[in-house]
Design a protein around this ligand. Structure first.
Ligand SMILES: Cc1ncc(COP(=O)(O)O)c(C=O)c1O
Length: 368
């Protein structure tokens, strides 16, 4: 079977050239007679891959020298806990901007830690609507911010609800921390106003098992020093993420994806491609309001994850059967919200989106 049109929300489609490179290098990496995953993480061969992945990230995002780039494990969910553990001290407080299921989870994890140490994880603003619906991002002016907060946490793209800040927002003057799991590297962002940025790799930049953290060194240094080392960002920064055995094969694949991204013309080129895909998809939704309805307010519609409903669940089921007949997979909405979700990460080909938009048009003509 050939490669299929994969619209999965994560783990998600990876660029075919990055996988082919892994395939060709699998048994004999760089003439060493073994695969990269069989190398010691302390050896020169792996170290070169590790450092290249970091260097590519630094280059693509123009990350300043006073920021550390870390590769961690435990998924973005681990950072939901590790962030408060490092920065939310007894008697302190953190502000959370809640715009969907993931920022809600981040706040809940911070609240659990806050409870342990006698601190607070405040909801500065939530855009949660009736029955848990989220249809828009939050504006800084509607947030009840505490300027003395240890940090403000927000999520740039809500993967389940299809809600995205098109530009990275700024919530007050406390250190800004954001979860970019599902829109990392969809375009260039300036990390300088941010104290810590993190995301699981498995949507836009690699396989699951790797989490990328980009953090200002001075901020990392403020973290608690009495935690077990394995929970301190500082310890990973000092060890160039080689504190213990890192997910070497995952980081190698991240290297392949980043190298592919650079070869595509970098982040400006990929942004153009991503915007075009989203335009095609939302145009197909908006062309038939009698059949398709996107619940998200237009200004908050995600370029990465477009969500929409059909008039009945039976029709949604039929739609998914039809897409699957055309070799399109991963289009079922998250189980908590239902409907359809089209994830259009960097590796999703524009031709797949065009094919899907055309199928949507035909489906509407036959079933309206
Ligand atoms: C925005 C966002 N944050 C966090 C997570 C949790 O990531 P993980 O499964 O890597 O812990 C996800 C997963 O889909 C996500 O989309």
């Amino acid at each position: 079977m050939g490669r299929i049109m994969n619209f999965n929300a994560g783990p998600a489609a990876l660029p075919t050239p990055a996988l082919e490179r892994a395939q060709s290098e699998l048994l004999d990496f760089a003439g060493t007679g073994m695969s990269v995953m069989e190398h010691s993480h302390r050896g020169k061969t792996y170290e070169a891959v590790h450092d290249e992945a970091i260097a590519l990230l630094r280059e693509l995002l123009a990350i300043p020298a006073d920021y550390d780039v870390l590769f961690l494990q435990g998924g973005a969910s681990m950072e939901f806990a590790r962030i408060p553990m490092n920065f939310l001290l007894p008697g302190g407080s953190a502000d959370h901007v809640v715009t969907g299921a993931w920022s809600e989870k981040a706040q809940a994890e911070a609240a659990a830690w806050a409870n342990v140490v006698g601190a607070r994880a405040r909801v500065a603003v939530s855009t949660r609507g009736p029955e848990g619906a989220y249809v828009r991002v939050a504006r800084p002016d509607e947030a009840d911010l505490d300027e003395k907060a240890a940090y403000v946490h927000f999520t740039t793209n809500e993967t389940i609800h299809g809600v995205q800040y098109r530009e990275v927002p700024r919530f007050g003057s406390a250190p800004q921390i954001c979860d970019v799991s599902s829109d990392f590297l969809w375009k260039k962002i300036d990390v300088k106003p941010l104290s810590l940025v993190y995301g699981g790799a498995q949507k836009n930049i690699g396989p699951s098992g790797v989490t990328v953290v980009i953090a200002r060194r001075e901020f990392v240094e403020r973290g608690r020093k009495d935690l077990p080392h394995i929970l301190q960002y500082r310890a990973y920064a000092q060890a160039n993420s080689l504190l213990n055995t890192p997910p070497t094969f995952g980081i190698y694949l991240v290297r392949n994806v980043l190298d592919w991204l650079k070869g595509q013309g970098g982040l400006d080129a990929i942004e153009r491609r991503n915007r075009e895909k989203a335009e095609v998809l939302y145009a197909a939704v908006d062309a038939r309001p009698d059949v398709y309805r996107c619940p998200v307010e237009p200004a908050s519609r995600s370029v990465m994850n477009a969500v929409f409903r059909l008039p009945t669940e039976a029709l949604e089921k039929k739609f998914l059967e039809e897409t699957s007949k055309h070799s399109m997979v991963g289009l079922k909405g998250h189980r908590s919200v239902g409907g359809i979700r089209v994830s259009m990460y960097n590796a999703v080909e524009p031709a797949w989106v065009t094919a899907l938009a055309s199928l949507m048009k035909d489906f509407a003509n036959t079933h309206a």
